[in-house]
Design a protein around this ligand. Structure first.
Ligand code: SF4
Length: 428
């Protein structure tokens, strides 16, 4: 009998991306064939996101669109949007199976039960009381050069604008042995770089009985033979102390690129956001990293137009960002997320003002990136080439500058030293 075909659609963050790979692996292990979205499939899995109201809408639209294209497909909605908006999702008639985040690990079983009984199936267990990390085991279904590795789930921070703790539950960390085993297996398949990911990786180890923390994990991962690079996912600045940086600096595989989620450069706004640091603490973190690594690249996320953000507060943010001089900033216009404290705060900011503030910061980010890139022209850098596009090979330096070069030899999945000849070889 021909294998049933399953296709995947992923919205949202790197954790979701990892979990899509994990679910794909489960289907492959059970004799299914994973196919590209353009191919005709028997089952479609939509791994939804709920980080903004817009993500909810996108999740709903995608689900309806898939069923519209193929009315016979078994349509599965799984993940964060389902987890926090159960009633809403259950009412969407096109969906056959509605599964929460805890259910991802047993997805094949649920799909097979549905196929057998043809009864709409809803299974969403409570994530808020989930104490153990749910381990998918070693996943070898991944990209060719870089693999996202999930080391942690959940968040205990409750930032006032964020719904994620309700979709993901409390902090749960993955056993180091399981992480090491997975990386060892993918390295054997040729993977050169891993991206350490979680919902809040700064909290890694918080739930362990011993004192094993993220830095201990990184020290252990650095010892893995044939692994070339370890990249860290988004970090909360409070993790980065002098001791952390000092230990980190001894690990030669760590990429000198850190994404520090700042969100605002104004202390009053940070307080309303319920972020747990001040701008001066953040500045110290930046100093520590820059003192340690002369080629470090820092990127960040900023929210503009947070409730009650005055012109004066925004200007504080702008000036702070000028001082810090990030390589790149991801700018988000605040949009109220139903179910969060910030959504019901007074002083919601007008859309036009948000747009103006966003534009101003996007311009600053572009200027910064351009100035940084200029410094790399004529310099020799080490690049891991990930893919070929036309005549060009594209890849990233260790500190995350994206470059493309022409080459007659196959550079895919090779780490190579090159000299950046001109601006066109850097991708913004
Ligand atoms: S740290 Fe804040 S923004 Fe990040 S997932 Fe936790 S609650 Fe959300």
């Amino acid at each position: 009998m021909e294998s049933k075909k399953v296709s995947f659609y992923t919205l949202g963050c790197k954790v979701n991306q990892y979990e899509t790979n994990a679910m794909a692996q489960k289907f492959i292990d059970n004799g299914y064939k994973v196919v590209h979205q353009d191919e005709q499939a028997d089952i479609a899995i939509v791994n939804t996101c709920t980080v903004t109201n817009m993500s909810d809408r996108k999740s709903r639209q995608l689900l309806r669109h898939i069923k519209h294209l193929n009315k016979d497909i078994v349509l599965v909605a799984v993940g964060c949007y389902v987890q926090v908006a159960k009633e809403e999702v259950e009412k969407i008639p096109e969906i056959d199976l509605v599964l929460g985040n805890n259910e991802k690990t047993n997805i094949v079983k649920y799909v097979e039960t549905y196929i057998e009984n043809k009864n709409k199936l809803n299974q969403i267990t409570d994530v808020m009381h989930q104490k153990q990390f749910i381990d998918f085991g070693a996943i070898t279904y991944t990209e060719k050069t870089r693999a996202v590795i999930k080391v942690q789930d959940g968040c205990d921070r409750f930032c006032s604008y964020c719904i994620i703790p309700y979709a993901r539950g409390r902090v749960r960390s993955r056993e180091p042995q399981s992480i090491i085993k997975e990386i060892n297996q993918i390295v054997q398949k040729g993977i050169k770089e891993v991206v350490i990911t979680g919902i809040h990786i700064a909290s890694y180890g918080k739930d362990f009985k011993n004192e094993y923390k993220l830095i201990d994990l990184l020290e252990d991962l650095n010892k893995i033979e044939n692994l070339q690079r370890i990249r860290l996912g988004s970090l909360e600045p409070t993790l980065i102390t002098a001791e952390f940086v000092q230990r980190l600096s001894k690990l030669e595989k760590i990429c000198h690129h850190f994404h520090l989620s700042l969100q605002s450069g104004c202390d009053e706004t940070l307080k309303r956001m319920n972020r747990k640091y001040t701008t001066s603490e953040f500045k110290k973190v930046v100093q520590l990293l820059r003192e340690q690594y002369n080629d470090v690249i820092l990127t960040t996320d900023i929210i503009v137009g947070f409730p009650q953000e005055t012109e004066e507060e925004f200007n504080q943010t702008y000036n702070f960002l000028k001082q810090i001089n990030f390589y790149k900033m991801h700018i988000f216009k605040y949009s109220p997320r139903k179910g969060t404290k910030a959504a019901i705060m007074s002083g919601q900011v007008d859309g036009k003002i948000k747009e103006q503030r966003s534009q101003k910061l996007i311009e600053l980010s572009n200027e910064n990136q351009k100035a940084y890139n200029q410094k790399y022209i004529g310099k020799e850098v080490e690049v891991l080439f990930e893919e070929k596009e036309g005549d060009y090979y594209k890849g990233h330096t260790k500190n995350y500058i994206m470059v493309k070069i022409k080459s007659n030899s196959n550079l895919e999945n090779c780490i190579k030293k090159i000299k950046i000849e001109n601006e066109r070889e850097i991708i913004n």
